[in-house]
Ligand binder design. Structure first.
Ligand code: HEC
Length: 103
């Protein structure tokens, strides 16, 4: 019985995880226009290439943009403020996880 409930839990958990990944993939479409499908592009020729960044580093940048002024290095940082201000912390976390796995 214990084994069965852990299998059930595992299935539920992996479904939730999968749902989160596809939700992040959906959201990332908005970003891919500038950053590239594989996060391989310098957005507008100005951003760093974020492919290969770990999720913590991405999350820090996204939170910084969302919060206003604690992150940004070009005159176009306002674009990222615009892209992040209506995303929840949870969505930012999911995006950061998703992007960190892009190759
Ligand atoms: C219209 C083009 C555009 C779109 C769309 C866009 N970005 Fe950006 N992004 C930029 C630019 C330009 C920068 C560099 C801004 C700066 O810090 O000066 C940047 C920077 C970043 C950085 C930090 C990299 C660095 O240069 O330090 C991350 C992470 C990032 N974007 C993620 C995202 C995510 C996630 C989305 C979608 C929710 C997104 N971007 C949508 C243009 C865009």
């Amino acid at each position: 019985m214990k084994k069965l409930s852990s299998i059930v839990l595992l299935v539920i958990f992996s479904n939730v995880l999968e749902a989160n990944i596809s939700q992040a993939a959906q959201t990332y479409r908005l970003c891919a226009a500038c950053h590239g499908i594989h996060a391989q592009t310098k957005a507008l020729g100005l951003s760093h290439i974020i492919q290969g960044w770990n999720s913590e580093k991405i999350l820090q940048a996204l939170r910084g943009y969302k919060n206003g002024s604690s992150y940004g290095h070009s005159k176009m940082a306002w674009i990222m403020r615009d892209k992040t201000h209506n995303l929840s912390d949870e969505e930012l976390q999911m995006l950061a996880n998703y992007i960190s796995k892009l190759k």
